[in-house]
Design a protein around this ligand. Sequence first.
Ligand code: FAD
Ligand code: SF4
Length: 461
Amino acid sequence: MARQKILKLSPQERIKNFNEVSLGFSKEQTILEAKRCLQCREPKCVEGCPVEIDIPKFIRLISESKFDEAISKIKEKNNLPAICGRVCPQEEQCEKFCILGKKDEPIAIGALERFAADWEIETKREKTLHCKLSTINSGRPKVAVVGSGPAGLTCSADLAKMGYKVVLFESLHKPGGVLTYGIPEFRLPKSIVSYEIENIRKLGVEIILNTLIGKTYTLSDLFEQDFKAIFIGAGAGLPQFLGIPGENLNRVYSANEFLTRINLMKTYLFPEYSTPINIGERIAVIGGGNVAFDCARCAIRLGKKVTLVYRRTEEEMPARDAEINNAKEEGLDFKLLTQPVRVIGDDSGYVKGLECIRMELGPPDESGRRRPIPIEVSNFVLDVDTLIVAIGQSPNPLIPKSEPDLKINKDGTIKVDKDYRTSIKGVFAGGDIITGADTVISAMGAGKRAARAIDNYIKNL
Ligand code: FAD
Ligand code: SF4
């Protein structure tokens, strides 16, 4: 039996609004897909799941139409299943290891996880918190978690399930980290993120917003407030720029600022929200990762003509294939093997063009991808009036800067040992702040393992 095809909105329909593009599987498709699973005795798929979901078991429950039991099984390990089912790069993780993928297509594990999670939301059967409720707030030690992205949320939820009193501090006015301010509505609806965060609150996790650790409170302040351990999941939200002339002109945006205006400041709800977003009509987005594609597809939905400028070819792009294909269907123009060298401004200081140079590919560099090399005298000008730079993010520097005893690596990531312990006693860290920009599920995996390490640390105090 062939793998089921995921239903999607048509390109003509989706470019008019920010509605979710992927509609997932119908109930019938879900059961058929689950029945393809071989129920391997030694399943390889589980090895590819950083949060260790019992994949064959939940798939078997789905194949028996036991959706409530399936979501309970998933939630034993994953506190954010509706999010992971949507944005995890499963083709590089669990599905990559699925034995069926050797000869045929692997089981659509992500789509099955999404169906089970959405089933719970749609049927309002939320009863799967898996928490020792009797132990909540029962005088067990307090743990502070910094940052409410996937790392912080997962660490908080797991510690709360173990019975700790967890207080989660977030600098922004909404929790969720990149899930809230970065990934757009058409890939990850805000209602899904809010629902999963509410479930974590219901575990007893207290979320304190608008609080910048390193400024409002230092780590020492937190220890003085009787927190026995601290987990830092502050992410990688510091934008990188190209370092070319003209980058300070009006209408040059970092991906971070552009997406924050779209998501957190609700441009996506136009015309109800009139968020100031000063963009022109012809937009160049620089980069080839998920972030670049998210920016480009947001700009398309705002009715703009959008060109993606990338210095290698499509083959080397780090973005997921599904997102590249979605963007093509939505009319994104590609300028590949192209590197910006100068942003050209008009007399009022606004972008009026982007000078680029053509590239060719040389031998592989340290990343394993073929190195782009400029072709001499091949410069040309792209006729654009807005630039969005999406070439990567660095770790948020505030906490490392405000804590001289916290050791960091050359790239600004916080140094940790195998148990996520930092150089300060009782302070742990995980997610993008220790790896640099990575994935939702790897941040969650770090949050999960750090929670175990914190439990172990506190028990031995
Ligand atoms: P974050 O999600 O960055 O959360 C960190 C939180 O800490 C933020 O809320 C921040 O405000 C808060 N914070 C920072 N400093 C402080 C402080 N001093 N005090 C208090 N709070 C603080 N990954 C995927 O797997 N699939 C995708 O499709 C995908 N798409 C992406 C699209 C975009 C646009 C971006 C930017 C990233 C994407 N990623 C994707 C990557 C993924 O979102 C990140 O790897 C993941 O969110 C990292 O989680 P985190 O918890 O470490 O940090
Ligand atoms: Fe099923 Fe694939 Fe996992 Fe085997 S590897 S149990 S076929 S999902």
